[in-house]
Design a protein around this ligand. Sequence first.
Ligand code: PLP
Length: 764
Amino acid sequence: AAAQVVGGYHRVNPLTEHELELLYDLIAMRLCTSVTISAHQRKIQPDNQYLTVSEGPAWTALTLLAQLSPRLFLSAFRQACGMAACPGTAAVVRWLETHADAIGPVVEADLRKGEHLVFDLSAGSADPVCLIDPADVPRVSDALFERMRGAGVRVGIGRYDEARRGYTAAEYRPAGSDADEWRTVHLGMDLFMTPGTAVLAPLDGTVHSFANNRQPLDYGPTIILRHEIEGAGELFTLYGHLDPECLQGLYPGRPVAKGSRIGAVGDPSVNGQWPPHLHFQLVTDLLDQAGNFPGVCAARDRALWLSLCPDPNLILRIPHLPKPESGRSPEEILAARRTRLGTNLTVSYEKPLAIVRGWRQYLYDQLGREFLDAVNNVAHVGHGHPAVVRAAQQQMAVLNTNTRYLHASLVEYAERLCATLPEPLRVCYFVCSGSEANELALRMARTHTKGTDFIVVDGAYHGNTTSLIDISPYKFDGPGGSGAPPHVHTVPMPDRYRGPYKDHRDAGRRYARLFGEAVERIQRGRGRLAAFICESFLSCGGQIVLPPGYLAEAYRLVREAGGVCIADEIQVGFGRIGSHFWGFQTQRVVPDIVTLGKPIGNGHPLAAVVTTPAIAASFANGMEYFNTFGGNPVSCAVGLAVLEVIEKEGLQDNALTVGEYLKQGLTRLMPKHPLIGDVRGAGLFLGVELVRDLDRLEPATVEAAYVVERMKDRGVLIGTDGPFRNVLKIKPPMVFTTADADRLVETLDRVLAEPRLRCLRAGV
Ligand SMILES: Cc1ncc(COP(=O)(O)O)c(C=O)c1O
């Protein structure tokens, strides 16, 4: 932030290099003056808090200044003013480029002749090595060395200036940053080699410093050499993850001759718990450090650190080494979307994310930045779940065709799915999206009842086809909508926070009785009721829990009027609500038709309709039902794998316990943040309604949008929903943990405390 201020000042009132050199000391002096004055004032007027209002922040800034090298600030200020961050680097680079003969090898294998394999370890890499949990060091090591053996090489290369995922331990937070950002951009080059492989000095020099950086995920044994570069100052070379034996007998200043052995590659038990490799890095300004130096930097500081750490390939001289591809930037992707895709295909967040990888409950952007995904209820069993991926890949490689051939997986899957549902829901139809499922459900209802009309709950969304937009108040009453068509009858949301019966103990039955009016309206219009469709928990409606007895009474009235009852479980099914596998079970009812989607295939386009034998019989009226992709062997393999994972990993129980823990955490924020009007939901389907006023319940819509954006900036993804878009929706992958819940609650707590929220409220 300081660099941005300096850069902004420089644009208006240019600063000289000399002025920039003085800035750190001037800032430090100003802060010292400030805390001294505060201390003095406190003595004179102990009760006047205003006089010491800046003391705390001044001490925080001073402490930070003391922790970091003044030259790091100078480099950052120079960078912000458009100057080379480290002015000495250019001459060193020029010397290295022009003195190839003076540079010796770092390893015995001849890298210049291609005795190596380059690994793509970038955040979005599809390299099989990157599909393994980075924390699983033995498996990652095996995979790396297996590939190297296969290629007949002794050295594997991990590249410089590569943004990776995986550096998400606390150690990788940038110093002085309170943002949830990790250092992900690799500043050295990795040379994966078997433990014991010799490491050589490429240039004459002296030992600058050495240390055994024993903390897990640190460098382990590390040596830094200093080299005098003729006419260009000094260069440091850093060797990390060595075997500790190399540190014996070392002392600062000890001469090291080009080509001499300085150590050997360590194994994971001694090298900081990494796959065996040498981390080799060049540094032109060590920023007063010794024995250690950052090997990765935060993406936002990339240019600064790359200026301090030139490309190690200037020494290794690997020919044709491909640079890590940066791909299209988020801005470029957005611009291309605007011209090549319909503009009502919206993106989340004011500053949208370019996500390149999903893993369990985390998403990673192009810069390797990790986000805790607390909103994606499609990646039900976790992003990229290996069992689901394996099932899809294997079946895809063997056969994928349509349901006109007999395939055991189709019936096996139908049987397994029906086993989760109560009688008489025993007949399945497989489709490819939630919309297709609901569309089919409407057709079935009409064929079975000969009815025409539908009753829907206000605020509901059931899909994107023409007939589903017609039954989705969320759409037809929203922007671009043209109201309910004559065959659609909306009943109020049974909302216990802001509806007419919110304070009634029997709110469920009272809300359901409003069906009487809808049925009368249908009869007056000479229509006939086909179905009532309702989500078992209202998602787009604002994460609303139906009051007890609501569906029982509503279903009774609907059936009495000749209609059937459709439960849309597309968002809430498959154990999400914790206490039950299906949402409707919490209401002690059995629908006539159930529609399933989103989580069913963990992201694979799969959805289903399950109904009773009687409705299926009516639907089989002679017209063939065919679906090219629905129920294909790959989809069935995926669907089966998802069911198996839910059961094997106890994810429904996890949703119950972690969901309850998270709900309690969110509820605890209420007294501290009056913006929170309500915390509701079940399992891992939760909503936090934000209101400006706890009596009038004025929706805090702008504030909710701000909160979601800031949570994203701080690495936690949630969304908004509800008719006023003022409900924070939380519906993470079911592998969410209590630690994730803590992180979410802490982040929300911090964001809700931001002063900007008060300005938004005041309309500023
Ligand atoms: C409750 C509900 N029903 C149906 C759908 C439509 O599903 P799809 O987008 O897979 O067509 C959605 C999608 O958001 C939904 O939330």
